[in-house]
Design a protein around this ligand. Structure first.
Ligand code: ZN
Length: 479
């Protein structure tokens, strides 16, 4: 019997607005617990929440980039439940009328479109820190704006799962609405999964696996849960709808609770916040101002610059890297060479992260200049690498670095002779060996010369001078 997995994702994305969604508290990664809180985000009675317009703008961007239909008249709802990290006893979210519905995201490699059921705004909860027997609560995150993106159950294997997550993260990076740090919790995934037989006659209840904080975790949970559910179907074991967690250490899912029936949340319209009305003009303006999205840009990079699939994929993964590439190519048109240098020399120097490239001291203009110097044979690759290391720190013009830091090739004959004489002086024993082992000795001094000048000598010229000086020395001895 063939079984199929039916999977969907719920993704929570923290928006990087300056303040929280319903109050003026700072929205930032906390240093001290409970430093960014006020009566509103602590849920005190009698406070009046006010909706942060920037959060709406960011949510609207995401909804439009995911091809959603926008509910022009939407509103916020209260979702009631008790949990210590939710001081109000309800979460303000959008249930009945989310910001966006019926969107989609196309996966190129899988050649499949994944439906986006909804994109809605909501507030984040506080954070519980378990230390031994006690639990501490940090409310800094309480009221941080989120969007939740819910996909249709269109995903059927790990390949699609991974491509979807990468493509979505890529898209969100282009929108600049979140810092997308999974390890800090600004991008979190829940997986909905069930298993069905081929004709979908038998299907397990849907399991929700909560709070997966890495792509690897999502993939592993999908594999584990898929196997567990398949086994249950084969053995005709009765299962109940459940919310499960991912145990990272044991690499298995565990029961957290039976899935609450959605009626238990007792949703109703949030009475303190006016319904949100979005004008046609606002929607149109936001749509017009969306950047060129990653899929489109990737294909343009392949077509326009003749780059291989791999290069185009890597360069367009981060909008700042893609911008950097395009600006460097404007200075010196060698797309493939520039792409190679970005991939091998720059990305390896950089910690993964969006800010890395945005705040780089090295400007694309100077990077293009450096590539030109190497391409036109003015400096060897080895020196190019050194110059690059310098510019990464200082942001200077490569030609100025070559001049001031003595990184350029040594061409002055007297200087070369001086270097060689000095070496011969230091290694007298090797000089004596020259007549018995000329090749070995020559090689030895070549190595020493290159080491001393850090590759700044032209090899042929160095060989000539060493030979000449060795002969002079040995002749001197004979006489
Ligand atoms: Zn607050």
């Amino acid at each position: 019997m063939n079984y199929q997995r039916v999977m969907g994702l719920e993704i929570h994305v923290e928006l990087n607005t300056a303040s929280k969604i319903f109050c003026a508290c700072k929205n930032e990664v906390s240093r001290e617990p409970n430093e960014n809180i006020c009566p509103t985000c602590m849920g005190y009675p009698g406070v009046l929440p006010r909706l942060n317009e920037k959060a709406v703008d960011f949510g609207l961007k995401a909804a439009l980039a995911l091809d959603c239909k926008v509910h022009r008249n939407n509103h916020m709802d209260r979702k009631h439940y008790f949990y210590p990290d939710l001081p109000k006893g309800y979460q303000i979210t959008q249930a009945a009328k989310p910001l966006g519905i019926k969107g989609k995201l196309y996966l190129e490699k899988a050649d499949k479109t994944i439906g986006i059921q909804r994109v809605h705004l909501e507030e984040d909860t506080g954070r519980m820190l378990h230390r031994g027997d006690t639990t501490e609560i940090d409310y800094n995150r309480s009221g941080v704006p989120l969007i939740e993106i819910v996909t249709a159950p269109d995903i059927s294997n790990e390949m699609e799962l991974l491509e979807f997550l990468e493509e979505l993260k890529n898209l969100l990076a282009y929108l600049e609405i979140s810092d997308l740090k999974m390890e800090e919790g600004s991008l979190r995934c829940d997986l909905n999964i069930s298993v069905a037989d081929q004709d979908q006659k038998e299907i397990t209840p849907v399991m929700e696996v909560k709070n997966l904080n890495s792509f690897k975790g999502v993939l592993k949970a999908a594999f584990y849960e898929g196997q567990r559910l398949t086994e249950a179907l084969e053995k005709k074991k009765e299962l109940q709808k459940e919310t499960r967690g991912w145990d990272q250490k044991k690499e298995k899912t565990v029961t957290l609770r039976r899935k609450e029936d959605s009626r238990e949340y007792q949703y109703f319209i949030e009475p303190e916040i006016l319904p949100l009305e979005l004008s046609h003009r606002k929607i149109q303006n936001t749509r017009n101002r969306l950047p060129e999205l990653p899929q489109k840009r990737r294909n343009r990079f392949k077509k326009h610059y003749g780059l291989p699939d791999y290069d185009a994929g890597i360069l367009t993964k981060n909008p700042y890297v893609a911008d950097f590439f395009e600006q460097a190519v404007l200075v010196y048109y060698a797309p493939k060479r520039i792409s190679n240098w970005i991939m091998t020399q720059l990305l390896s120097e950089m910690a993964e992260g969006l800010q890395g490239f945005k705040d780089l001291a090295l400007k694309p203009k100077n990077f293009g200049k450096l590539i030109a110097l190497m391409e036109e044979g003015k400096i060897p690759k080895k020196i190019g690498e050194k110059v690059l290391k310098e510019i990464l720190k200082t942001g200077e013009d490569p030609e100025i670095i070559l001049k001031n830091r003595k990184l350029g090739p040594i061409t002055d004959g007297a200087e070369i002779a001086e270097i060689v004489k000095d070496l011969l002086e230091k290694h007298g024993k090797a000089v004596e060996d020259y007549q018995q082992k000329p090749d070995k000795t020559l090689k030895f001094f070549m190595g020493k010369g290159m080491e001393k000048t850090e590759g700044r000598l032209e090899p042929q010229e160095l060989r000539r001078v060493i030979k000449q000086e060795l002969l002079l020395k040995n002749q001197g001895k004979k006489n």
